[in-house]
Design a protein around this ligand. Structure first.
Ligand code: FEO
Ligand code: CA
Ligand code: CA
Length: 657
C-alpha cells in the first residue's frame, strides 16, 4: 500500500509504504559507508584502487559469466511476452493461464455464490478473500512430493473499497459503511483450498467443500501469540487481558513454508489500519517508528474501538508479526511467532541449516529498513512433525549490516547485550522484539531500498534479497549495496553464506559475503544505471521486483509491483542464476491493467506455475462502477476480481523449458 500524500500521480495501492519512518537514515549510512564512491565510475570501471574493495560485488556480477560469452543460451526457451498494458493478461506463447480462485468464490462449505451487488460480511468470511498475494503449494498427502494434488495457501493482503463496492471513489473512507468495513475485514487474512489436476485434460480445479478449505480472516479468526512477547503487558487489551489471543491477522503480504509443512504468513503494513489521534502515550515513539498516523487509511476505527489508539492503546503491538498457519490441520489456530520480531514483514522463508538449526530470512518492507535473520536454538527433527514449531519460539534474531568490502555481518538483537539495555529503554527481550526497528537502528544495521522477498535458492543455497525501489534515496546517500539514488527500479542482491554448495553453506554464520545479481530499470538508458546480462531484450528488462520463486532447476522467477511507473504492466520475468545466461531476464507473463504481480510458486515438479493477480483494475480513476477492466470475468456489473492463476504448458511439461 502507498501513503498517498507525496506519491506520484497514481501508485498501485499494493505498493508498500511511500513514506519513511526511519529517523536515523543519514547518520546510519554515514556510519556504515566508510568510503563513498561515484556510482557511475563504479559501474563503468574501477577508477581508483580504493574503490576496488567497494566494487568487488559488482565485479562479481560479470565474473559469473565468461567475458567472451556471446548471445547467451538461456535455459529459458519460451518466446518473450512484450511490455505493454491491456485489459486482459498475456502469457508466453505455448502456455495457458487458467483462473483457479477469484475474489468471492465460495470456499468453505455453505458459502454462498458471489454477488457483488449485495455482498455481506458473513458471506465474505466463507469466500475467497480480496487481493491475493503470497501463494504456497503444499502437496497432498502431507509429506509427499505430489505434483497433481495439494493445498494452495494464499494470503489476502488488503482491500480496495472503491473497487469492491458501488458508489465509492479511491480514498473515500468516510463513506464506507459498517457492513462494508466488516466485509473488508472478512476479506483480509488467508485462505486454504484443496486443488487437483485432471489427469486427462491437465486442467486444475478447486475441490468443492473439501474439509481443508478454510478462511482465516481479520474479522473472526482467533490467533494465538507465542514466543518471548506472548502475554507481555504491552500486548494486553480490554478484550484480551492475557496478551495471548488476537482476533485476526492483518496485511498478510508474502510468506514462506517451514520444513515441517506449515506456512509462515507475514503481517506487513499493519500501521495503516490504526488511527493514533491521541495524546502522548508510552507507545507514541514506538507507533511513530512503525508509521501509525493520526488518521487511518481504512474506515475500521469508526466502528471497532480496537483500531483507535486513543481507546485501545496496545492493539497495534499485536500486529506486525510472522504468523504460522498449519494448512493440514483445519482446526489449528494461527500462531503469531514473536521471536521473529515486529515490523513490516514482507515474507519469511526458511532453510534447514547443515547443523539442523532452522534459519528464517525476513525483510522489513519500507524505504531505509532492514534485512533480518532468525536462527533457532534447537534442531529440526524430521520425525517430530508439527512439534518442530516450537523451534520458532527460541533462537537469535539478527539484522544485517552490509560492509563495503563485500562482506555482511549479522548483528544479534539480544536484550542485555549493548546497546539493547535499560539505558535505551529495553526491559526485556519482549521489548526488543516489539520495537525491533529501534533496536536495529541502535545496532547500526544497513538501511536498504525496501526489502521485499528474501529467499534462499534451494539449488545453490545463495539467498536472494529483492529491493523493490527507493525514490527517497538521495544521490549522495548511496552505498555499495544500494548503489543508486534515487532508485525507482529496484535491484536484487545475493547474500552468500560460507560454503561451496547448498548442503555445505552455513546459514547460521555471523559473516556472509554479498553481491549484486541485477540492477533493474531500462538498460538502454544510461541514466538508469541498470545492469543485467548484456543480452537482455527490450521486453526482458523489468522494474520494481517484489516477490520471487525458484523453480526446481534453481532459476529465478521475479514478480513485479511498480512497473507501471516506468510505462508498462507488472508481470513475471525469469532468468538463470548461474552460467552464461546469468541475469538474462525474460518476460513470461503480463498482468491486466492496474494489477500487481504476486505469488509466484511452482508445484513440486515445476509443471504448474501459480501467480496471484492483485488489485486488477486499480489504475487512476478506476472504480467499481467504471473500472478500467472487468478482468477476468468481463461481464457487465462484475468488477475486476483479484485471482490466482495457474499457468501450464499446452500439452503439459516443465514450465520455462
Ligand atoms: Fe505487500 Fe512489500 O509488498
Ligand atoms: Ca507488493
Ligand atoms: Ca510483496
Amino acid at each position: 500500500m502507498s501513503e498517498r500524500s507525496d506519491a506520484p500521480a497514481h501508485v498501485p495501492a499494493g505498493a508498500a509504504e511511500e513514506e519513511t519512518s526511519n529517523p536515523l537514515t543519514a547518520a546510519t549510512i554515514g556510519e556504515v559507508i566508510g568510503a563513498r564512491f561515484n556510482r557511475r565510475e563504479a559501474l563503468q570501471g574501477l577508477t581508483a584502487v580504493a574503490a576496488l574493495s567497494v566494487l568487488a560485488p559488482l565485479a562479481g556480477l560479470a565474473g559469473h559469466r565468461p567475458a567472451s560469452a556471446a548471445a547467451a543460451p538461456s535455459s529459458l526457451a519460451f518466446k518473450e511476452v512484450a511490455h505493454g498494458t491491456t485489459e486482459t493478461h498475456v502469457v508466453a506463447e505455448g502456455y495457458e493461464a487458467q483462473t483457479l480462485m477469484r475474489w468471492g468464490d465460495p470456499l468453505e462449505a455453505g458459502a454462498p455464490a458471489f454477488d457483488p451487488a449485495s455482498q455481506t460480511a458473513a458471506a465474505q468470511a466463507k469466500q475467497w478473500g480480496y487481493n491475493n498475494d503470497y501463494v504456497a503449494y503444499m502437496p497432498l498427502p502431507h509429506g509427499s512430493a505430489a505434483s497433481d494434488h495439494g493445498l494452495l495457501c494464499v494470503n489476502f493482503e488488503y482491500t480496495d473499497a472503491h473497487l469492491m463496492f458501488p458508489g465509492l471513489k479511491d480514498g473515500d473512507i468516510d463513506a464506507v459503511s459498517r457492513e462494508q468495513a466488516d466485509i473488508e475485514m472478512a476479506a483480509h487474512g488467508h485462505g486454504i483450498v484443496e486443488i487437483r489436476r485432471d489427469a486427462a485434460t491437465g486442467a486444475w480445479s478447486a475441490v468443492k467443500d473439501s474439509p481443508y478449505n478454510r478462511r482465516i480472516s481479520m474479522l473472526l479468526s482467533e490467533c494465538v501469540v507465542a514466543g518471548p512477547a506472548a502475554g507481555h503487558a504491552r500486548l494486553k487489551t480490554a478484550a484480551d487481558p492475557t496478551g495471548k489471543k488476537v482476533i485476526g491477522t492483518l496485511n498478510n503480504c508474502a510468506g514462506g513454508k517451514t520444513p515441517w509443512g506449515t506456512i509462515l504468513s507475514a503481517e506487513e503494513n499493519f500501521n495503516l489500519y490504526f488511527a493514533a489521534d491521541a495524546a502522548e502515550s508510552p507507545e507514541s515513539a514506538n507507533y511513530k517508528r512503525v508509521g501509525i498516523k493520526p488518521k487511518s487509511r481504512h474506515a475500521w476505527s469508526r466502528f471497532h474501538d480496537r483500531f483507535d489508539v486513543a481507546k485501545e492503546l496496545n492493539e497495534p503491538n499485536r500486529f506486525g508479526w510472522v504468523v504460522e498457519i498449519d494448512p493440514y490441520n483445519p482446526k489449528a489456530a494461527p500462531i503469531k511467532r514473536t521471536a521473529l520480531g515486529r515490523f513490516k514483514h514482507e515474507g519469511a522463508t526458511s532453510v534447514v541449516n547443515k547443523d539442523g538449526r532452522v534459519v528464517i530470512y525476513t525483510g522489513d518492507d519500507e524505504m531505509f529498513e532492514y534485512v533480518y535473520r532468525f536462527v533457532s536454538k534447537g534442531r529440526f527433527d524430521p520425525a517430530a512433525g508439527a512439534a518442530n514449531s516450537a523451534l520458532l519460539d527460541e533462537g537469535t534474531l539478527s539484522v544485517a549490516r552490509f560492509e563495503t568490502d563485500g562482506s555482511l555481518t549479522w548483528l544479534p538483537l539480544v536484550f542485555g547485550q549493548e546497546p539493547l539495555t535499560a539505558a535505551n529503554g529495553f526491559a526485556s527481550q519482549a521489548d526488543v522484539l516489539i520495537e525491533c526497528r529501534r533496536a536495529a537502528d541502535l545496532l547500526g544495521a544497513t538501511p536498504m531500498d525496501r526489502p521485499e522477498d528474501v529467499e534462499p535458492n534451494p539449488v545453490s543455497g545463495i539467498v536472494y534479497v529483492v529491493l523493490t525501489n527507493n525514490r527517497k534515496r538521495e544521490a549522495d546517500k548511496v552505498d555499495a549495496v544500494n548503489p543508486r539514488g534515487p532508485n525507482p527500479a529496484g535491484h536484487i542482491l545475493e547474500m552468500i553464506p560460507p560454503g561451496a554448495t547448498a548442503a555445505e553453506r552455513d546459514h547460521a554464520a555471523q559473516r556472509f559475503t554479498w553481491s549484486i545479481f541485477l540492477l533493474a530499470g531500462d538498460p538502454a538508458s544510461p541514466e538508469s544505471g541498470a545492469r543485467y546480462h548484456p543480452d537482455v531484450s527490450a521486453d526482458g528488462w523489468l522494474a520494481a521486483p517484489d516477490n520471487i520463486a525458484f523453480d526446481p532447476k534453481g532459476r529465478i522467477w521475479i514478480a513485479t509491483d511498480g512497473a507501471p511507473q516506468l510505462g508498462f504492466a507488472d508481470g513475471v520475468w525469469a532468468a538463470d542464476t548461474e552460467g552464461a545466461a546469468r541475469a538474462l531476464t525474460r518476460m513470461f507473463y503480463r498482468t491486466p491493467i492496474g494489477a500487481e504481480m504476486c505469488g509466484p510458486e511452482f508445484n513440486s515438479d515445476g509443471t504448474a506455475f501459480f501467480v496471484a493477480v492483485q488489485h486488477p483494475g486499480d489504475s487512476k480513476g478506476s472504480t467499481f462502477d467504471q473500472p478500467s477492466t472487468r478482468w477476468p470475468d468481463f461481464k457487465d456489473g462484475m468488477p475486476p476480481r483479484p485471482s490466482v492463476q495457474v499457468i501450464i504448458r499446452k500439452g503439459g511439461g516443465i514450465v520455462g523449458v
